[in-house]
Design a protein around this ligand. Structure first.
Ligand SMILES: Nc1ncnc2c1ncn2[C@@H]1O[C@H](COP(=O)(O)OP(=O)(O)OP(=O)(O)O)[C@@H](O)[C@H]1O
Ligand SMILES: [Mg+2]
Length: 271
């Protein structure tokens, strides 16, 4: 569905150049839920911006269904890291959610139906005429998700969407996104630096190295859906995957090479 081929991105030129992405390749299959994990500042947001056509890569390609992505494709919706800045404070929940639909040729009744369904899917029906500043952080983030859902994207790209909510709300939002994924039948790419979250949500994890980032490893997550915050996390396979990803990131941060797999981890202090 979406393929990233030898993508690299350098910001600026000459002495001020910052190489954010070294060389990244991976594919996103139809209806997959892929999580991208990597240390803070490794280039995750940059990668997402390149994948959505918001930013031009320095080298490499992004292809959607075989065609190059040069601008945000119609089939795609994005939920950003800083949701509080992505909602418009002078518009109600309804007004915010309807925004991206203005570009679609829909009559008023269809538009209203999509908006109300999406707001219902995130459990905010009772708040549809409120304003963002009347809602909690977790609720605002659900509005941002509803806005993406109403648009009915084939692909949803999310950049650490739950980073700034409390643990309980975060768990609820994780379950919400798994449910709406079933309901809306989407392909999802989800960026996070939370290892547990990446294992809990995805069917595949792309582990990135520190900046300039490269793919460290791609893992399959063969845990059954539907997932459950308690039962899934008690499975031995969950613990195993979690530990594996944790080690990969720890070693990558310490600058070790991939083939140092069997080395003792206690010596892994960065110089
Ligand atoms: N507009 C920009 N101009 C110059 N450098 C940038 C710009 N945006 C990001 N960078 C640099 O690129 C690198 C990757 O940044 P990016 O925001 O993609 O990382 P990230 O993995 O999303 O970080 P975080 O985990 O904090 O969200 C960083 O070194 C950052 O300083
Ligand atoms: Mg980021």
């Amino acid at each position: 569905m979406l393929s990233i081929k030898h993508l690299s991105k350098t910001y600026g030129e000459g002495e001020r150049a910052t190489r954010a992405i070294g060389d990244v390749s991976f594919e996103l299959g139809e209806r997959e839920f892929v999580c991208v994990v990597g240390p803070s500042g490794c280039g995750k947001t940059t990668l997402l911006k390149c994948m959505s056509g918001l930013l031009e890569p320095t080298a490499g390609e992004v292809e959607l269904k075989g065609g190059p992505v040069t601008e945000p494709p119609e089939e795609m919706a994005l939920v950003f890291q800083e949701y509080s800045r992505s909602l418009l404070p002078w518009l109600s929940v309804r007004g915010n959610v309807v925004m991206p639909l203005r570009h679609k040729k829909l009559d008023k009744a269809e538009r209203t139906k999509l908006v109300e369904e999406a707001v219902d899917a995130v459990g905010l029906s009772g708040f549809i005429d409120r304003y963002p500043w009347q809602l909690s952080g977790g609720m605002q983030q659900r509005v941002a998700i509803a806005r993406a859902l109403a648009y009915q994207p084939e692909i949803l790209l999310m950049d650490e969407p739950f980073a700034s909510v409390d643990a309980q709300t975060r768990g609820d939002l994780e379950d919400l996104i798994l449910r709406v994924r079933e309901r809306y039948d989407m392909t999802i790419l989800f960026v996070t630096h939370d290892i547990d979250e990446s294992v809990y949500l995805s069917n595949r994890i792309v582990v990135l190295t520190p900046s300039p980032t490269e793919v460290r490893e791609i893992l399959d997550v063969d845990l059954p859906y539907p997932r459950d915050q308690i039962e899934t996390k008690e499975l031995p396979e969950f613990a195993h995957l979690r530990a594996h990803v944790y080690r990969l990131i720890k070693r990558a941060a310490a600058g070790e090479q991939p083939d140092a797999e069997s080395a003792a981890p206690q010596a892994a202090e960065a110089p």
